[in-house]
Write a protein that binds this ligand. Structure first.
Ligand code: NAD
Length: 431
């Protein structure tokens, strides 16, 4: 949520997210009976950029950084997807995340394709001015590989509105004076006052909450007094928890990069949020809570589990211990294909990432439109528009799931891939 001074980030095991997204895609492609030629196009990425760039550190030394931008597909419109600053970023994880963006924007019916990028680093090791120079130099190195009508980055793990403001300013500064303001929508998730959208900060977490609400309504389940756990108390995890608590649900467990805490009587979301601001962004040692082992987190007693941190967190090893009846995927790719099978067999439902966290990219689309048209939208109308859009998408996924007797992820993929296939069939393959 902030460029938080996290105490340390443990190196994650090799994530294998690419394998995961390809397995999901292949299953869906068979289901849709996808045209084999179009399948060949979609199982690879259009462009992959790896950039090594130098940055001067505060102590005068120069450090070399490795940045990535992968553009998976743009059949439906400009590439769109976040930038992540994290030590586990590598070409395969960025390819996987870019593919998920293609399915997500297609499912939401947006005029976008899919991309993702980031820098392989632990941002907590750098001062704010170093982070600014790293971001600006990376933006400069990306050059015309990004652009407001070509490829539009947004925040992701360890990047935020400030990061986007630096990118927008750097990119616009490379244009002639009369062209600068036309390029403001080169990124979304900017601060309000620099072209940002009211409510973009909460759009993803609000969307996570809304999809839980739609799901519960369909099942005739009252969210009041239901318990939930959240992995990742950053932008997505915090806002999802904030809105669920307003609905009367109770947060009983939280995990972040530093530790895991529980309290079966409830952890007040706003108090924890205030606490982390005074604790270097960490939830550790929050009063009125007990610490538990990291590996015990997903087996906590609760009704709803919200993974909102990194990929491949719910795996074959822990899926059989999950107690929640619903998993709402705030993060991208938090559940492996093998874990999903175990969960579905156990009757645990999953709101898939490409639906559950799509409030973020829908909010980004609103910001992009606002900048492009020189408009300023108000928070209330934005939240109403977001709810309507997500509700429409949710209903379509639910309907496909019921009529085709498939789980929610397969239904979401079905709709997303069919839309892209249709565009290719209409246009053909050049030349
Ligand atoms: P963030 O940087 O704001 O927060 C990340 C949180 O995850 C922090 O609390 C951090 O401590 C925690 N975390 C990091 N490593 C962890 C680990 N190993 N175990 C447990 N917790 C860990 O990031 P965010 O923007 O909230 O993104 C979270 C997830 O949501 C990512 O998967 C991202 O791709 C996805 N997502 C974000 C957006 C968005 O708009 N920000 C949109 C769609 C999807």
């Amino acid at each position: 949520m902030t460029l938080i001074k996290e105490l340390k980030i443990k190196k994650q095991p090799k994530q294998g997210m690419l394998e995961n997204v390809l397995k999901q895609f292949n299953t869906a492609a068979d289901l849709v009976n996808l045209n084999p030629n179009i399948k060949k196009i979609l199982e690879v990425t259009n462009n992959e950029l790896i950039i090594h760039f130098p940055v001067r550190m505060d102590n005068g030394n120069v450090e070399i950084f490795k940045g990535y931008r992968v553009q998976h597909n743009n059949a439906l419109g400009p590439y769109k997807g976040g930038l992540r600053y994290h030590p586990t970023i590598d070409i395969d994880s960025v390819k996987a995340l870019a593919m998920w963006m293609t399915w997500k924007t297609s499912l939401a019916g947006l005029p976008y394709g899919g991309a993702k990028g980031g820098i392989q680093m632990d941002p907590n090791k750098y001062s704010t001015s170093e982070l600014e120079r790293i971001t600006r130099r990376f933006t400069y190195a990306l050059g015309e590989n990004i652009g407001p009508e070509h490829d539009i980055p947004a925040p992701d793990v360890n990047t935020n509105a400030q990061t986007m403001a630096w990118i927008a300013d750097t990119y616009m500064s490379t244009k002639s004076p009369s062209e600068r303001s036309k390029n403001q929508h080169v990124v979304t998730g900017k601060p309000i006052g620099s072209g940002g959208l009211e409510g973009r900060d909460r759009a993803t977490g609000y969307g996570v909450y809304l999809t839980i609400k739609f799901w519960a309504k369909n099942k005739k389940i009252d969210l009041k007094d239901k318990t939930f756990i959240v992995q990742g108390f950053g932008n997505v995890g915090y806002w999802a928890a904030h809105f669920l608590e307003l609905e009367g649900a109770k947060m009983v467990g939280v995990q972040d990069a530093f530790g895991s805490i529980i309290n079966k009587d409830g952890i007040p979301v706003e108090l924890l949020y205030e606490y982390i601001k005074t604790n270097n962004g960490s939830i550790v040692d929050y009063p009125n809570s007990n610490a538990i082992l990291k590996e015990d987190f997903f087996s906590l007693d609760c009704d709803i589990c919200i993974p909102a941190a990194l990929g491949n967190q719910i795996t074959e090893e822990n899926a059989h211990k999950v107690k929640a009846f619903l998993i709402a995927e705030g993060a991208n790719g938090p559940t492996t294909v093998e874990a999903e099978k175990i969960l579905l067999d156990r009757g645990i439902e999953i709101i898939p990432d490409i639906l559950c966290n799509s409030g973020g990219v829908i909010g980004s689309y609103f910001e992009w439109l606002q900048n492009r048209n020189g408009e300023l939208w108000e928070l209330e109308e934005i939240l109403i528009k977001l709810e309507k859009k997500l509700n429409d998408v949710f209903k379509k996924v639910l309907q496909a799931s019921v009529t085709k007797r498939i789980d929610l992820r397969s239904a979401a993929y079905f709709i997303a891939i069919e839309r892209i296939e249709k565009a290719y069939i209409q246009r053909g393959i050049f030349p």
